[in-house]
Design a protein around this ligand. Sequence first.
Ligand code: SF4
Ligand code: SF4
Length: 114
Amino acid sequence: MSATAFKLEAFECQRCNRCCQQPGRVALTDEDVDRLADFFGLTPYAFTEDYCDLQGRHRLVLKKREDESCVFLAVNGCTVHSAKPQQCLDFPKKWRTEKSYSYCEGLKRLWPKA
Ligand code: SF4
Ligand code: SF4
């Protein structure tokens, strides 16, 4: 195990919600769409019409607000917590960017001077 992976084992989310307000988009797998559609009691088609944008010709992503926040972010955090997309579940242990270390409170606790 790399030193970074070892350190990430101790990661604890601080619920700052900043990962849900970044400029990047949340891409959805077919499983994400099915799970989120079930969560809302919608058909997958209706869910994508209401809550998704098409990026390029094939990539479904969650809609965002003008301030870059995710359409599902509320004051108390993610409103689809039990059905959230895999990309969200995987952050930051399985993927992150250089910038993540500057806004993610959980990463900042592990790497205070990054
Ligand atoms: S789905 Fe939830 S966890 Fe993912 S970006 Fe949106 S608000 Fe954040
Ligand atoms: S930015 Fe990091 S600490 Fe903040 S909510 Fe997201 S994963 Fe948790």
